[in-house]
Design a protein around this ligand. Structure first.
Ligand SMILES: [Cu+2]
Length: 171
């Protein structure tokens, strides 16, 4: 290779190098723009997404997201267990799983002994009616659910004590 051929070759190489750098920069800018667009779009969609709360109840647990946004919140409750369950949304400052058992019966009323349910005074919404049979899914909406500290729980006799609760904050 003569010196002029080497210069041309180097020249070609440096043009290619500049081309690659330019392509990388264009790609990076496009990626940044795409990320920004996604962030904006995603942010717009977040509020409605977190006003739908999917809940699974079974022996003996309540599985749900830890938070939702205040407003009209829809709960989609599925009984994945082998016995009937229900779901209540209860406003409470008690520690998770520590709401006192004071009641019994259906509807629950205070009792002096043999309590196996919590008081439903703090309940702001529930599946209602008959408990959900195994495999059943039921939806209910709490209108204007206020910010605060809640527990999602099953108040069938003994079920709360056995672990059917989930800490839930409305933001
Ligand atoms: Cu239950």
């Amino acid at each position: 290779m003569s010196q002029s051929e080497q210069e041309r070759a180097q020249g070609t190489n440096s043009i290619s190098f500049v081309g690659v750098v330019a392509a990388v920069v264009v790609f990076a800018v496009a990626l940044a723009a795409a990320s920004l667009l996604f962030a904006i779009t995603n942010n717009d969609q977040t509020p409605s997404a977190s006003r739908t709360v999917n809940v699974t109840v079974k022996e003996y647990s309540v599985t749900a997201p830890p938070t939702a946004l205040a407003g009209d919140v829809t709960f989609v409750v599925t009984n994945a267990g082998t016995m009937p369950h229900e779901l209540l949304v209860v406003l409470s400052n008690a520690l998770p799983g520590q709401i006192p058992l004071t009641d019994s019966g259906d509807p629950p009323v205070p009792v002096s002994s043999g309590a196996d349910k919590i008081s439903e005074d703090g309940s702001v919404g529930e599946t209602g009616g008959d408990p959900l049979e195994p495999g059943e899914t039921r939806t209910f909406t709490v209108t204007d659910l206020a910010a605060g500290k809640y527990q999602l729980l099953c108040n069938i006799a003994g079920h709360y004590k056995n672990g059917m609760w989930s800490e839930f904050r409305v933001l």
